[in-house]
Design a protein around this ligand. Structure first.
Ligand SMILES: *Cc1c(COP(=O)(O)O)cnc(C)c1O
Length: 635
């Protein structure tokens, strides 16, 4: 990097890829702050650091999950618009009905906003369990919208779905297991309610990506073709074939390759036409979820990306369905998709502050060398002095060799603690030197590609990976992360980010990159005169409920904002995160009895003369405050 060249916000945008993954919802302003641009008019922007100030003034500490309601609205609208466009352009005769799968983010606020924003387009809900159906029934507004019941269903679940049907909801009971159909038929007869039925099929098509085990012959849910035919026979026999109107499949989430999407649509369409031939009253084709989010902005078929746009997704689906239906002279079905991830991922950002850093800059060592130093130290010094562009790999190999020798000699008692320390320090000088030099190489040897991450600082963030971005820990999922301020200054420190759970897995050491994965991220040098905030973006899908109380770090504070057309914004909702007493309660402690026990213990200390009564008062107060407090680092 030419240091004479001024650093710009454009360079930051490039470095962190914000224009690639931000879907035009996020950008950087002239002051070097990350801004939200959720409206169609992209000149209207809200600075995230400014929002953070507002949050702190309202008495909330970091970490905070920030929800930008407009983005949810915009994503829903975008999906419907894209389908409408494809339908009009291709002359499709059916329409599109989206449903939101509740499991992707079950928070009440999310469900409420989806049903509110979605009302115009009759956006419905998908429930995969009794609890989800019960929530859905209270929040469904439009009777035009679909309510899809998936998942394992007992009699109670089926009864609720039948009642919903009776009330006038377009509530589909999707048969996922061979045994379910019998219960549905029995209960519908007993209650005298004719159901709307769907059938979930196992496709033989499979897709690449993390979450796609739902597809294929061995998938857990859905009927195979022989079971489908058997179900048709049962319905015929019961004179209920007219209730079978919907065909459903779900290939899995985050399908990065459009080819897989197209193949599965084609296969499903064949089955759909087969069901029509069998005399079923088919009207709906439900393609499940899978619409991916481009987390790394690479627009490839890498598992954290997608090689298609939402428009292409819609056009490909409509075109594929049309081609099969027209070929068989079958009326175009109403298309349903169950997009969860793509609907909610963009609208939440995790905000946290950096508490401290550790650097691995090697310390000076010359003044510590003495005359009769061991030979291995001489060898290391020689390596350090001989580094040039031509022999980088050789020096690297030698450095590793002599460092290992140093450690062996120490183990055998041939060199002492101080000598080993000097040796290790010289080793790190060599590595730092190699790292600096290797930047000028045309072809960096494979072994040296990640050398920066070996030297990277650790930035300690006030958050828990396990609570707030569990997929990052569980399945190495990559979320875009970047500083929220100082973006007009050059970031000079290679870093990884650790959380405050004290768990060695509580860290982020893989970062998005257009060309793959980076092992460290460039951050600004900290002087701690002002807070330094990082944002983890696109965390609205799946993270909140999968998060756990590892080390008893609880739910974070949640703050929602709504940006107005004049560029002002409102704090529309604040949800206080878990207090220490509430997370303790969730693992069986009773806060009252904890306090009682602590009081007794303090009384004993008074009796033993360790503390005064006044001390006891203050100590007990501090304990009480601790119980009421936030589980994260507070100021
Ligand atoms: C999880 C799930 C979805 C959501 O998938 P996304 O890829 O998040 O859109 C949709 N349908 C079913 C049946 C699911 O299990």
């Amino acid at each position: 990097m030419n240091t004479l060249e001024r650093w710009t916000t454009e360079k930051s945008a490039d470095l962190y890829g914000i224009d690639n993954w931000g879907a035009k919802y996020f950008g950087i302003n002239a002051k070097g702050e990350v801004v939200i641009t959720p409206l169609e008019d992209k000149s209207i922007s809200v600075s995230i650091p400014e929002v953070i100030q507002g949050i702190i003034q309202r008495g909330f500490d970091m970490p905070v999950l920030l929800r930008i309601q407009n983005i949810l609205d915009a994503q829903l609208t975008y999906l419907h618009k894209s389908f409408k466009k494809a339908i009009e352009e291709l002359g499709y005769n059916g329409c599109y009905r989206g449903v939101y799968p509740i499991k992707v983010n079950q928070q009440k606020q999310v469900l409420k906003e989806v049903t509110n924003f979605g009302i115009e387009n009759h956006h419905g809900l998908e429930a995969g369990s009794k609890a989800e159906l019960i929530a859905a029934l209270a929040y469904m507004k439009s009777k035009e919208a679909c309510l899809i019941c998936n998942g394992y269903k007992d009699e109670e679940f089926i009864d609720l779905a039948l009642y919903a049907r009776q009330m006038g909801f377009k509530c589909f009971i999707v048969v996922e297991m061979p045994g379910e159909l019998d219960i549905v038929i029995k209960r519908s007869k007993e209650l005298g309610i004719r159901p709307l039925l769907g059938i979930r099929i196992k496709l033989s098509s499979r897709a690449g990506g993390h979450w796609t085990e739902s597809g294929g012959d061995r998938s857990i849910f859905g009927l195979n073709i022989s079971q489908v035919v058997h179900a048709i026979d049962i319905l015929k026999r019961e004179d209920m074939l007219d209730t079978m109107q919907l065909l459903h499949y779900h290939l899995g989430s985050q399908i990065p390759n459009i080819r897989d999407i197209r193949n599965s649509v084609m296969e499903a369409c064949r089955i759909y036409t087969g069901l029509v031939d069998e005399g079923a009253n088919m009207k709906y084709l439900d393609l499940g979820g899978g619409l991916a989010v481009d987390y790394d902005g690479s627009h490839t078929n890498f598992s954290n990306s997608r090689n298609y746009s939402v428009e292409e997704y819609c056009a490909d689906i409509i075109e594929s369905v049309m081609s099969v239906m027209d070929g068989n002279e079958i009326e175009h079905p109403i298309i349903i998709t169950e997009s969860g991830r793509a609907t909610v991922a963009y609208y939440s950002v995790l905000l946290f502050n950096i508490l401290d850093t550790t650097t691995f800059d090697p310390q000076p060592f010359l003044d510590q060398l003495d005359e009769n130093k061991p030979e291995v130290i001489d060898n290391l010094i020689e390596v350090l002095h001989s580094i040039s562009l031509k022999n980088i790999q050789e020096c690297f190999n030698d450095a590793i060799y002599y460092r290992d020798e140093l450690r062996i000699k120490f183990k055998h008692g041939d060199i002492n603690l101080r000598e080993r320390a000097i040796g290790e320090t010289i080793f790190w000088h060599i590595i730092a030197n190699i790292a600096k030099n290797s930047k000028n190489l045309k072809h960096i040897p494979k072994e040296l590609l990640d050398i920066d991450s070996a030297l990277a600082d650790i930035y300690y963030g006030n958050f828990s990976v396990f609570q707030s971005i569990p997929d990052s820990w569980a399945i190495d999922h990559l979320f875009p992360i970047m500083p929220l301020q100082k973006l007009n200054e050059e970031p000079t420190r290679y870093a990884t980010v650790a959380d405050i759970t004290c768990d060695c897995d509580g860290k982020i050491d893989k970062f998005i990159d257009i060309h793959g994965i980076k092992r460290s991220i460039l951050l600004h040098e900290l002087d701690f005169s002002e807070p330094y905030y990082l944002g983890v973006f696109l965390v609205g899908a799946y993270q909140e409920t999968l998060g756990d109380l590892h080390n008893l770090f609880g739910d974070t504070n949640v703050v929602s904002i709504m940006v107005n057309n004049d560029g002002s914004y409102d704090f529309t909702k604040e949800i206080e995160g878990d207090s220490v007493q509430s997370v303790l309660s969730s693992v069986g402690y009773n806060p009252k009895s904890l306090l009682g026990r602590f009081r007794e213990s303090a009384e004993e200390s008074v009796k033993n003369g360790k503390i005064s009564v006044k001390d006891r008062y203050n100590i007990v107060k501090a304990y009480e405050r601790g119980l009421r407090g936030y589980t994260y680092y507070e100021y």
